[in-house]
Design a protein around this ligand. Structure first.
Ligand code: NAL
Length: 345
């Protein structure tokens, strides 16, 4: 069960664990997939799924990454400019490489190429035939939208059907995404079952809380709530971008929401759990004067969380150590941006 534990580590949800166990037990070579909108500069939230891609590749999953250019265009990213969107897709590849994701082992899938196949569009229409308008509208949360937005153009309604079709078309064992992608995965599972296609297992990462702690909805389904508090490019002061300067990282962390002893929806602890501690051999070093307890070194995230919950670690000390570690982690990415002409994204 080593493989199972590696795949499940740090996930919010597996749909379903039994299906995953069964594939592992039967020694099935699994095909996994994640799609992302190349929407500009990646921020810390993206690294949560990048780390999971690393785990899946280590677990022997054949990994496909969809550069969802059409989807980004439909979703009005980068002004709907395809040239810029393609540029952002290439940039993401470079960022992944700088963060030690095994890009050589990833099969990059081009959404535009898939859309040139007429079988793909036959599948999209089949998916739409099998889904009520009300349900398709509710699924707009997978694109960070909701059905009440009055000025949406009609192409937005095709997006969820495309995403579901992408998943079925690719014949996947695993569909990886943030918890906010749940509605697409649930729909893909239902439809795949009905049409005798392969039913994908949904692996859902937690959603990184925005630095302001997120404006959380109390009502609605978990995936809808996740969409409300997530770190997002459209709320720039809640996000740390991968190329932020050392100064910016420090300032943003120091101003972030981090109440003493609170371990839930604490973006600083989240950053430790999902970004810093998953690095090989990582240690969080909290330097303090002797009179405040002296320097402590954490090698396991759980120990940090316990000490924080007990009030043994002060928010300010946690923030200082987190900022320093994050600055270190993102160093190769900042280097990349020094030499490349990609700043207009
Ligand atoms: C994720 C997105 C777009 C297309 C996909 C196709 C298959 C699987 C996952 C996909 C992006 C996602 C987002 N909706 O907004 O992050």
């Amino acid at each position: 069960y080593e493989k199972f534990e590696l795949i499940k580590k740090n996930l919010a949800e597996v749909l379903t664990e039994n299906e995953l166990k069964e594939k592992i037990e039967n020694g099935i070579k699994m095909k996994g997939y994640l799609g992302f909108e190349p929407s500009g500069l990646p921020h810390l939230g993206w690294i949560v799924w990048m780390n999971k891609v690393k785990d899946l590749i280590d677990a022997g999953v054949e990994f496909n990454l969809l550069e969802a250019t059409w989807h980004a265009m439909i979703n009005d990213k980068l002004g709907g400019n395809m040239e810029l969107i393609r540029k952002a897709a290439r940039l993401t590849r470079d960022v992944m490489k700088a963060l030690n994701v095994q890009v050589d082992k990833i099969n990059f899938v081009d959404a535009e190429k898939m859309a040139r196949d007429k079988d793909y569009w036959a599948l999209v229409i089949k998916v739409m035939k099998m889904t009520s308008l009300a349900r398709m509208k509710r699924a707009l949360t997978i694109m960070g939208r909701n059905m009440d937005e009055a000025d949406l153009d009609t192409s937005k309604l095709i997006y969820p059907a495309m995403q579901v079709s992408d998943i079925i078309y690719m014949d996947l064992d695993i569909a990886l995404g943030g918890l906010d992608q749940r509605k697409a995965h649930v729909l893909a599972r239902e439809i795949a079952e009905k049409i005798n296609a392969k039913k994908p297992i949904g692996l859902h990462t937690p959603i990184l809380t925005g630095l302001d702690g997120g404006k959380r909805m109390e009502t609605g389904e978990i995936d809808e709530q996740a969409a409300s508090y997530k770190m997002s490019k459209s709320k720039p002061n809640t996000a740390i971008f991968v190329n932020d300067s050392e100064e910016d990282i420090k300032n943003k962390i120091m101003n972030a929401y981090c109440p003493p002893r609170q371990t839930e929806f604490n973006p600083i602890l989240d950053i430790n759990k999902y970004l810093l501690f998953p690095q090989n051999g990582f240690k969080l070093v909290i330097e303090r004067p002797e009179k405040y307890g002296g320097t402590i070194i954490f090698e396991k995230y759980n120990e940090l969380e316990n000490e924080y919950a007990n009030g043994k670690v002060h928010p300010l000390d946690l923030k200082t150590a987190t900022a320093n570690s994050l600055i270190e982690m993102l160093k190769p990415v900042r280097k990349l941006f020094e030499k490349d002409d990609i700043k207009e994204l």
